[in-house]
Design a protein around this ligand. Sequence first.
Ligand code: NAD
Length: 272
Amino acid sequence: MKEYYENKVAAVTGGASGIGLALVEAMLEMGARAVTIADINEDNLNKHCARLSDQYPGKVKGLKTDVTSEASVKAMVDAAVAFGGGHIDLLFNNAGLGLGGAFEEQGNEQWGKAFAINFYSVVYGVRAALPYMKAQKAGHIANTASGIVYVHLPYQSMYAATKSAVLALTTSLRYEYWDDGIRFSTVIPGTVATAIWAGGPIPKQAITSAESAAGILKGVAENQRVIFVTEDDRSGCLNMARAACEPQVAKGMDEYLLGVARARKSGNFSAI
Ligand SMILES: NC(=O)c1ccc[n+]([C@@H]2O[C@H](COP(=O)([O-])OP(=O)(O)OC[C@H]3O[C@@H](n4cnc5c(N)ncnc54)[C@H](O)[C@@H]3O)[C@@H](O)[C@H]2O)c1
């Protein structure tokens, strides 16, 4: 896998924290040539860019980016290409928010913001990178979804809807651009101990960002269609697919999801 990332040019949105930062660090460690960290959080961006630039001089560029703005994402991708000497190999559309809550408490404005950060950010990234990757006849775009795209947890309808849209978009594009030499993968990063859980308990089965990044980068190198970092998420997907077709499995899945809904309704959000 190390050889695959040697000399690569990459950009990572949400790259100043959690899984995104771990992707940046792992690619640099494996010999990437130019990595652009795009994030809205300037403090984290400055802190980690300074630290990584000391370690990998000339290989890291930090760019304040708001992925909900198409102009901001395009400027970031253009700058990442310039930083890579007119080339880009990898774009990780990773930035996203957790977005839990009861459906009745979420109005259209919140739904709009949810799709802006978790879904349109991906559309903007793809649109900005495509002209470069088509001209190169090569490139890989990895879009981060979540295990929730298969197991639609209650009290997370907004998160489930936005991330399911990411999966559908990415799978369609994978075949639309296959013959242009551009690869697309959906990332299901596992349950990962990051800042996204702020304010809530982190599930005990959570893996580290470094573990998640290692699984993601392996999946990208292997051009997997859907990159399942954990077996938990893979079996959740299998169970959900079976539940859709087989009544005896559906009963178990209904009971599980109803249990989660009731626990969450009574305030226990650690239930997943
Ligand atoms: N942590 C998990 O358990 C988990 C599970 C499934 C999916 N994911 C997904 O993985 C991705 C990364 O999440 P994480 O867990 O590393 O979270 P994180 O909070 O550690 O990192 C997210 C980063 O995105 C940045 N960001 C937020 N809004 C932005 C914006 N408008 N423009 C640019 N950057 C913005 C934040 O500043 C932050 O640095 C997200 O898409 C998330 O939905 C995470």
